[in-house]
Write a protein that binds this ligand. Structure first.
Ligand SMILES: Nc1ncnc2c1ncn2[C@@H]1O[C@H](COP(=O)(O)OP(=O)(O)OP(=O)(O)O)[C@@H](O)[C@H]1O
Length: 276
C-alpha cells in the first residue's frame, strides 16, 4: 500500500497493459483494494471486515447467496453508501471519503442504470450526451448542436465497440432490452473509465442477450478492469478470472470458479441458502 499511481495523464483507449509499465508496486498490480470494509445498519453488519483485491486487467466477480452483502459492498465501492469502518483504495489512493463524481473522474465508474439512459434520444444521442458530460460541456445541447457534432465520431466508435452500429438512430425506448444494456455500457465507456463496476449486468435477460452481453464484457475487458456483482453463476463461471464469495457480509472464499466449485464451504453456503 502507499504506492502512488504514476501521475501520468490517462490516455483514452490506451490498453491497460501499457499503463504504468516499469512500475513495480502493489497499486499497479491491484487497481482496487479494500481494507476492513464494514457497513453496519443499526447493529447489523451487512458487510464486515472485507479485504478485497482487484487485479488490474481482470474480470472479478462478487457472488454469494441472497443477503450475503453483495449489493451493500457494491454500493460502498461506488460511494452510494458510506462505510462504518475501513478503507477503499483506488490505484493506491484512499478514496473512502471521496464523492462518487470525483471517483468517476479518477477512472472508477459504475455502469448506469437503464433508467439513466434518455428513452427518447437515439443511441447515438445518448452516447453523445455522455461524452459531453465527460468533457464538462454545458447541458444545453439543443442550442449547441454544432458543438455536439464534434462528439459524433467518438460516439460512433463507442457504438461500434458495443455492437450497436445499426441502432445509432434508434430511440433508446425502441431498443430491445439487451441492446439497452449494451447502450448503458457505451454511455459508461464514454466516461473513459479504467475500471468499471457492473451491477448484475445480466439481470432480466434471456439466453440470447446474456450471450451477447457476456461477449461484450469479455471484449471490453481487454481495455478495462471489471468488477461485477452477478447472480447468474454460469455467466460468472465463463467470464470471471477471479471470484470472491461473500456470506453474511464476510469473504468466505476467493479463487477461480473451478476451485470454488470444489470448496465445501462454498457449496454449503449456496445449498444452505437454497441455491443448489
Ligand atoms: N439499508 C439497510 N438497512 C438495514 N439492513 C440492510 C440495509 N441494506 C441491506 N441490509 C441488510 O444487509 C444484508 C445484506 O444485504 P445486501 O442487499 O447487500 O445482500 P445481497 O447479497 O446483495 O443480497 P441479494 O442477492 O438478495 O440482492 C441483508 O440482510 C439486508 O437485509
Amino acid at each position: 500500500m502507499g504506492c502512488k499511481s504514476s501521475g501520468q495523464p490517462k490516455q483514452q483507449g490506451q490498453p491497460r497493459a501499457a499503463r504504468g509499465q516499469g512500475e513495480n508496486c502493489l497499486a499497479d498490480e491491484f487497481i482496487l483494494e479494500t481494507e476492513g470494509l464494514t457497513k453496519e445498519f443499526a447493529g447489523f453488519f451487512a458487510v464486515r471486515d472485507v479485504a478485497l483485491k482487484v487485479r488490474r486487467g481482470s474480470i472479478h466477480a462478487l457472488i454469494g447467496p441472497n443477503g450475503a452483502g453483495k449489493t451493500t459492498c457494491f454500493n460502498l465501492l461506488t460511494k452510494f453508501l458510506k462505510p462504518s469502518a475501513g478503507k477503499i483504495l483506488y490505484k493506491g489512493q484512499d478514496i473512502t471519503a471521496m464523492a462518487p463524481a470525483d471517483v468517476a473522474r479518477l477512472g472508477l465508474v459504475r455502469s448506469f442504470q437503464i433508467s439513466a439512459v434518455f428513452p427518447h434520444l437515439t443511441a447515438l444521442e445518448n452516447v453523445r450526451v455522455a461524452l459531453q458530460r465527460q468533457h464538462g460541456s454545458s447541458f444545453d445541447f439543443w442550442r449547441s448542436k454544432s458543438v455536439l457534432n464534434r462528439f459524433n465520431d467518438r460516439a460512433r466508435e463507442l457504438l461500434n465497440d458495443v455492437g450497436l452500429n445499426e441502432f445509432a438512430n434508434t430511440p433508446a425506448v425502441e431498443m430491445p432490452y439487451g441492446r439497452k444494456r449494451a447502450l448503458e455500457i457505451a454511455t459508461t465507456l464514454a466516461l473513459d473509465p479504467e475500471m468499471m463496476l457492473l451491477d448484475e449486468p445480466m439481470a432480466g435477460m434471456g439466453h440470447e442477450d446474456i450471450d451477447k452481453i457476456a461477449a461484450l464484457i469479455k471484449r471490453i475487458s481487454a481495455k478495462y478492469t471489471i468488477l461485477m456483482v452477478e447472480h447468474n453463476l454460469s455467466v460468472v463461471a465463463n467470464l470471471s478470472d477471479i471470484i470472491t464469495v461473500l456470506t453474511r457480509g464476510q469473504v468466505l472464499a476467493q479463487g477461480h470458479y473451478s476451485e470454488l466449485t470444489k470448496d465445501e464451504r462454498v457449496k454449503e453456503a449456496y445449498l444452505g441458502a437454497g441455491h443448489a
